[in-house]
Write a protein that binds this ligand. Sequence first.
Ligand code: PHE
Ligand code: NA
Length: 454
Amino acid sequence: MQEKLSIHGAWSNRWVFVMAATGSAVGLGNIWKFPYITGENGGGAFVLVYLVCILMVGIPIMVSEVLIGRRGRQSPINSMKDLAVESGLSPRWSLAGWVGALAGVMIFSFYSVVAGWVLYYVAGMANGDFIDIGSEMAGKRFEVLLADAETLLIWHSVFVVMVMTVVAGGVSKGLERATRIMMPALFVLLFILLAYSMTSGAFGQGFDFLFHFDPSQLTWNAVLIALGHSFFTLSLGMGSIMAYGSYMPKKASIGSTVMMIAVLDTLVALVAGLAIFPIVFANQLDPGAGPGLMFITLPVAFGQMPGGHIFGFLFFVLIAVAAWTSAISLMEPAAAWIVEKFGIKRVPACTALGALVWLLGIACLGSFNFMSDYKIGSMTFFDLMDFATANIMLPLGGLFIAIFAGWKIKRYALEDELSFKQNFWFSAWYFSIRYIAPVAVAAIFALNLYNKFT
Ligand code: PHE
Ligand code: NA
């Protein structure tokens, strides 16, 4: 019997799936966001909660997403719908796919602004602008950039076009080709930076900050942020991994590929933290500096290194690439759905989506200048896009997916799709997805709401 495939195409082999999904996972979430939210939330205790969330919630949900995608072989919205109907449930389960596609567009809008900062730094490094820069000047320079809406708009636009171009190329000629080139290089450069950081003098202090467990630093809000980040960093709860799973070969084992992706993503985040915090402490910078952390610490480090501007240039290129491969996966679920729904080609579908993201992105970049006084609650538009997606929509999407996979899909279908060699792994996954993951997400939500109103 011919294997059922997606109309959008398929990965050449399972390694391409691993690389593409790792490309989706490893991005600004690891190198930019993880260090700065760890810094804002006090370090070690936050990191521990984050690691527990990855293991107990993130990994089981990632398995479910790949499984649903591969069985549905369509965009997340339609895969969820068909699997629901096939299991005798309401087609309204596709709502989870809808929330996801929307979250993808929202994340993309602020992600693109940050990726734009990265591109600006690529240009600056190429220009030699950061040679010998001290921490004070580096901070100043970042501040000036944020105030300059025009420059931000240029780089944001460049990034949206870069992503649109790849997604418009389709699964093989766009997504697969882009993934194959840059992923290996990213890892090499990250370890070189780590080596530099180890010699910078304050490595021990940075290490301590990341791994010293001080529970007094922990609040329920920080736990919510750690949970949300575990979804964000693994690209879960919104359909990216589900869409990529729908292009995965049937023979490949889901369990082991997912483990590989999660381990790589976690390693990159920890290495990024180990690279950034020693520089923070060696230069008396503030670990709680917020979104600017990476943009201030890295130029300082590269500015002092012999030949650092070449290094810095390469490194920001690679962060840009990591952001690029992630943003591609942010766009793919909605793009695939538009193609299925309206029967149009990828190019018009991606152009329309890109235009939407571009507009939303303008409000995000304006949050740092012409719209900085415009607040929702205490949040700027940029903050709101980040908070609403990472801390609400992704965990909620994940909760739906866990309930769907754990309680709604028939057990034999799950066993068939997962084909774990040992019963133990199936049972472990099944227990996590039915009980641990949904209870953890629901409990953390409930506790935060409770704290808000008391
Ligand atoms: N996982 C990506 C990162 O860490 C961000 C992302 C989130 C990508 C959700 C796709 C979906 O940067
Ligand atoms: Na990530």
